[in-house]
Structure formats: C-alpha cells, structure tokens
Design a binder for this molecule. Sequence first.
Ligand SMILES: Cc1ncc(COP(=O)(O)O)c(C=O)c1O
Length: 377
Amino acid sequence: MALNWVEIDLAALRHNFQQAKDRISKDTAILAVVKSDAYGHGMVPVARELAAMGARFFGVSKFWEAMALRDAHITQPILVLVGIEAQDCEDAIRLGIRPALYRLDHAQRLNDTARKLQTRAKVHVKVDTGMGRLGVPLSELESFLKGLGGFEHLEVEGVFSHFATADERDKHYSALQMERFSRALDLFRRHRVPFTYAHMANSAGTLDLPGAHHQLVRPGIMLYGSPPSHELHHPAHLKPVMSLKARVVQVKQVPQGHPIGYGRTFTAPQDMRLATVPVGYDDGLPRLLSNKGSVLIRGQRAPIVGRVSMNMITVDVSAIAEVREDDEVVVLGSQGSERITADEIAALCGTISYEIYCNVGKNPQRLFVNASAGLAS
Ligand SMILES: Cc1ncc(COP(=O)(O)O)c(C=O)c1O
C-alpha cells in the first residue's frame, strides 16, 4: 500500500473540457495545453481522454513531450510552444509536430530539412503582442514575413500570440494585445502568407474574451479544474481533477509544552492528540505550509502543526476524536463536504495553482479514475 498517492479524476477532466467547448462557436477548435505532464496530471492519459472528447491539437513546451504523445499513438497535430532544436526538425516534419516559429534561422533549417524530405514543414508563427516573452516583435514582423517569403518548403498553418493579463478584471491591456494581433494578421494577409489558425486565447481568454477565440483556443489550467484567477467576469463551473491522498501512520498524545518538528517552531499549548501523515515537500506539499495549512481526515480539517518536512507532516487531531491509524487523509481534494483546493494552498504560499499541480503531479504513485469506456489509462 502506498503511503501517499495522487488521484486523477478523468470524469472531471471531461467535464472541464466540455465547459471550454460550451464557450466557443462551432468554428473554433481546441488546442489542449498538456505541457509539463499535463500540469502534473499525466500527459498521455489526459491527452487520450481529450482526443476522444474532440481536442483538435495538443500543445507541449518540449519536443520530447511531443514524441511521448506520438509513442502513445496520439495522432492529433502537436504544437511545440517553445520551438524545436535543429536535431529534431526531421522527426517533427515526419510526425506532424508543429514548431512555434519566431526566428528566421530556425525557418531556414526547417525549410532545408523539408526540402530534403520533399515535403513542407507546417509551423505556427509566434508574434509578441505585449507579453514580452517569446515571439516576433510586432515592429519586426514585416521584415520577418519578407524573410519567410523565400522559404517554399514552409507552410504557415498557424499564427499565434499569448496574453499577459487576460485573467485580470481590467481587460484594457488584453484589448490592446487583441488589436495588435489583428494588425499582425493583416500583415500576414498583405504579404500573402496564408494561415488556417489564428490563436491567442488561454483559459482566461477562452472564458472572458470571446473576441479572441479566432479559429483555435488554447486552454490549460481550466481543463485541470482551476480558474485562471478569481477576477474573471465569466467564470466556469470547473471540477478539480487532481487529489493528493495519504494514510495516517501514527496517532499519539503529546503533553502541553511538547515541541513539534524541525526547529521546534510549534509547542503544544495544551495536551494534544496528533497524527503523523507521510507527505512532505518531496511530494509537492510546499514547506511554506508549515504551521499554516491543513488536511482533511474523517471529513474535518486538521491543522498542520510544526514544519512540513521532506516526507512527513504532523497535524492536530485533538478535535477529531475518532481518528485512527491508517485513516485516509486528503491533502488536496475533497472528503465529505470539505475541500482543499490548489488555489487555497497556493494562496497560503504566495503562488498559483499551476505550480502546486506541477509539483504534486511529480508523485510517481498516480491513480487514474473514471476513464471513459474503452480508454485504458
Ligand atoms: C503559449 C501558451 N498558451 C496557452 C497556455 C495555457 O494557459 P492557461 O493554463 O492559463 O490556460 C499556456 C500556459 O502557460 C501557454 O504558455
């Protein structure tokens, strides 16, 4: 029996995908962002479910992630959001893996490889409309497009950009990015560079900015059941997909004045009943939850006392008299009518749900539940 494990609810994943689908028109498709092991949820089982639900594309950040999807017989086109390296051009072209393109030297090497293979390499050109992170700056787009004109073995399948603040209540900056993106698309048309998919909407754009949907949206976090922020004008009803669970390994009584954990940062203010739970920061539970967070046992909250250590925490169960060794503990997820969300944990630690999911998801003990009929996970 594992001391702790991650549960992935594929029915919740399907529900969330449907929520995204319900927000877009029939002329818009979905590129499901499954990078970073589907935000820690398990890229292959997640992609299988979403392919069956109608995801048109998948988005990853690294080439090897795209190869892992191909090895798992996922056949949808895959966009590598950060682009690819020289040695991967041939496999990308052969396997329908589309690189993000933002450099002319990369265009040259893809074009050369495609010529050698007597085919055309499909690419998605990334334009920086104000995120300032990756993409051809708008001011350089014209000369970039002139440069692209010489590459007969490239096909611009997509043109895309990324929002910096779509999850904020104030949409002024997003509106400016949308307007710049329209100008970028006009430049493509003017330079007679045809494309099939324009795309810029992440989860926040999918939910809050219908004017940014174009032919493709790129939701990530909403598929995993967390809102991109709590400032959205049109939040969706989402179901968390990931839970982190464990079993109590020890229950004990400590007297008033007894110190707990590394650094003795907690001292029992009275006689207390404590439970030791085998999860720690190696399991993705942030050390910042020391003396702050809580877990669920028998449907009730038990506060973390003392420091989170690498593989264990101690929780106060004085108020939950019936707690026994081997009881199930929910560290992330729901039990009875109580729920601990990634957002709650993230808020206590000054971070975002995305980071919590990525870290908790590194747990190799992962259990997939509620797979669709016919889809083995
Ligand atoms: C280029 C790109 N598109 C889409 C997404 C999905 O964003 P979100 O998870 O906020 O929906 C990401 C995630 O970081 C991204 O980098």
